[in-house]
Design a protein around this ligand. Structure first.
Ligand SMILES: *Cc1c(COP(=O)(O)O)cnc(C)c1O
Length: 455
């Protein structure tokens, strides 16, 4: 095989000039976010207090192409875009599958995941709009480190609320954020009303992404010159991630291949949307028969066991309600290693696409997922993030199905990040101490609570 059959690398001048916005092509308008107090559609003014004006414009825009600011394109190039797309030839051989497996490399930038794609754009818009400080939350620390990096490059202050369990157990991500100049607090923290409330219940509360969101929002609205930034779920975030899929489309053309399956892991849905939506566009326009497979943890089965309905975006019930697949804003997420996949809900656009059958989802437990990651490391040489291992597992399952049916299909998955700061997950897997979790369905119903609005 020639070298060009193994890897496609684009030049800096082939970096996309626009973001692709799926709202232009969705089969229906998205139900609006609702105010948690009035249960009426959220007023734009209330959201302006939190988000950058340009991000809010993009949040509801149905404009297909949104120009990428030149300075953001420059930052992308500085941090390694366009990213390579590779063929997992040795993995295919090991599986003995006639399928071809390709993967897009979002693991190669200094933050180690796809998240800088939106962090850089958001930091840029905030700087342009005069924001002095940003607040945000982070679970395992990938979003926090991506935004810290972006805040450093665009000269904005940043305060990060990091779930206490990660803050204590994963010091390296915290150090990375601090190296980039961010201020990091364990959440729940004594700095906010929400944080103090949870600390009163339990002074060593492990925290959750939902609580950290409540704290970051409270810090934002109680301080002038401060805005808030979110790393997944929202439309503008998914739109920024579309650089992944646009590049991948060009690269698959270079390989002279059309993916039959697009695969990714879903926490809030942004990395998979980034890869998938530029291809989904063709499917929504009746020009493609590609299938879309989203992989989530069995421990947080939002789309496979949850419900598609309005639910609070945060645990403290201070953020808007969003119509989405959810296991419930009160869900106590088990301590799985894939920290980025522990959010209770999924992006509204992706939830709609799953609900309407344009995309399907699968769920795996962490032992089988880490086994897939180890096979990938031993065949392709890359130690992937525990989150990304869900995508690898799903791709392997599809490749094995092709083997049984003797079909030479083409599979493309998103390698959303590297696992070099998650070696504890691999250590536990190798030591056979990893625990698989599957919630009792009654817990999901309880965590959702009664629906505050008719759906
Ligand atoms: C955050 C994260 C995810 C999950 O978030 P999405 O918004 O669903 O993409 C997946 N993989 C990695 C490596 C992450 O850091």
């Amino acid at each position: 095989m020639s070298r060009t059959e193994l890897k496609s690398v684009l030049g800096a001048d082939e970096l996309p000039r626009d973001y692709y916005n799926i709202l232009h092509d969705l089969p229906a308008q998205l139900p609006p976010p609702l105010d948690p107090k009035t249960l009426q559609p959220v007023s734009p003014e209330a959201l302006l207090r939190l988000f950058a004006k340009e991000c809010l414009r993009q949040e509801v825009s149905t404009q297909e192409h949104i120009p990428i600011p030149e300075e953001v394109r420059e930052a992308y190039v500085r941090l390694g875009r366009p990213t390579p797309l590779q063929r997992a030839k040795r993995l295919e051989q090991r599986l003995g599958t006639p399928a071809k497996i390709f993967f897009k490399r979002e693991d190669l930038n200094p933050a180690g995941s796809h998240k800088p794609n939106t962090a850089l754009a958001q930091a840029y818009y905030h700087r342009e709009e005069g924001t002095e400080r940003l607040t945000t939350e982070t679970g395992a620390g990938q979003w926090g480190s991506a935004l810290s990096l972006a805040a450093a490059l665009f000269d904005i202050d940043l305060t990060v609320y990091m779930t206490r369990s990660s803050y204590d157990q994963k010091p390296y991500r915290r150090v990375l954020m601090e190296v980039y100049g961010a201020e990091v607090h364990a959440s729940p923290s004594p700095r906010t009303n929400v944080g103090r409330k949870f600390l009163q219940e339990d002074e060593s509360h492990p925290g959750s992404l939902g609580i950290a969101i409540s704290e970051a929002v409270e810090d934002c609205v109680t301080h002038e010159g401060t805005k808030y930034s979110l790393g997944s779920v929202l439309n503008h975030v998914l739109t920024h991630q579309s650089v992944i899929g646009q590049e991948a489309k060009l690269q698959m053309e270079e390989f002279d291949e059309q993916p039959d399956y697009l695969v990714g892991c879903i926490g809030g849905g942004s990395n998979f949307a980034g890869l998938a939506y530029p291809f989904m566009r063709d499917k929504l326009r009746g020009k493609s028969r590609a299938q879309f497979v989203a992989a989530e943890p069995k421990a947080v089965p939002s789309t496979t066991k949850g419900e598609y309905r309005y639910d609070y975006a945060d645990t403290g019930e201070t953020a808007p309600l969003i119509k989405m697949y959810s296991v419930g804003h009160g869900y106590q997420c088990p301590p799985i290693h894939a920290g980025g996949l522990r959010y209770h809900g999924k992006a509204p656009s992706m939830s709609m696409l799953i609900d309407r059958g344009f995309m399907r989802s699968v769920a795996y437990s962490q032992n089988e997922v880490m086994e897939a990651g180890i096979l990938f490391a031993q065949t392709e040489g890359i130690v992937a993030a525990p989150e990304s291992n869900h995508a690898i597992k799903a791709a392997i399952e599809l490749a094995l199905e092709c083997k049984r049916n003797n079909e030479a299909k083409t599979i493309l998955f998103n390698l959303s990040g590297h696992g070099l700061l998650d070696l504890k997950a691999y250590q536990d897997k190798l030591a056979r101490t990893l625990v698989d979790y599957e919630p009792d369905p009654a817990k999901i119903i309880a965590a959702l609570g009664p629906s505050p609005v008719p759906n």
